[in-house]
Design a protein around this ligand. Sequence first.
Ligand code: DAH
Length: 344
Amino acid sequence: MQETISQYTSEIKSFQAKSQDELESFRIRFLGTKGIIKDLFEAFKTVSSEEKRVLGKVLNEFKQLAEAKYQTLRESLESLDTQTESGQDLTLPGEGFELGARHPLSLVRKEISEILKKQGFNVAEGPEIEDDWHNFSALNFPEEHPARDMQDTFFIKKGGEKGDIALRTHTSSVQVRMMEAGKPPFRAIMPGRVYRNEAISARAHCFFHQVEGLYIDENVSFADLKQTLFHFVQELFGEVTKVRFRPSYFPFTEPSAEMDISCSICKGEGCQFCKHSGWVEILGCGMVDPNVLENCNIDSKKYTGYAFGMGIERITNLKYQIKDLRLFSENDIRFLKQFQSEMI
Ligand code: DAH
């Protein structure tokens, strides 16, 4: 019996399990209820009491050896299990996802929309590729107006010739689409991207973003326009903000104005941003020209309305003191990350 045990001992010592199945066979073979150790203990009962003294110790040590071997192999297989074939440890904690940040222009567009939605404006959109009618003619632009010039507008050539398709130069084109498609009253804002053929610099870009506003109903007056914009600005820049309107000209509004606000950076004291005037222009506006209403089949005797248009970049520059327009489209993560706390 001693000899058998010593043979098994060397078998156990040299045994290596490459899988759980192999280990399980080992357990059944040696430690199972019908296993070798069980058999040896059965046989042990039959030996003489003299032999028992020596053998008892050997047998017990053998049993401990088998149990210890099983335990070690099990542990090492378990730790192997947590590694994939490529050697990756699946028990390691995962790599966290970094939260993205909203683009500052999206944040400001959202803020503008939220304020005006509270004043009863819907949000609408229109196409960026427009025809001459929606971008110019319906908006009362005369044939020879400089904005139609190739220098300002990206025309899209049809068959090698300059066609009447262009990238919209302003969101006012969406006004026309809205008025053509429905019946008054209209009260909506129309945010979107616009394009102009400008050399890219800190102060100009070939594309930027605007929000257009339109309100058409019976008895809409310039006073309504002023009040809406006044409240808008107070919500966007704070109650201390002052406004002033200056007479201006746009083909699609009559009368027309430009609105300035007291510079939110220097609080009207005078700084580089407001060119030391204390005021910054933020939008154009006016009463919709009756010609525009008629072009869109709206009775200009019955209905009046106002419109306004503002650049989102300009408002964002003011809110966040960003001086270079190019930052908005460079996708520099160091710039964009600064808006992380504004995550909504
Ligand atoms: N469309 C003008 C622009 O790009 C902005 C504008 C001015 C829009 C006056 C209006 C408005 O609706 O009434 O520059």
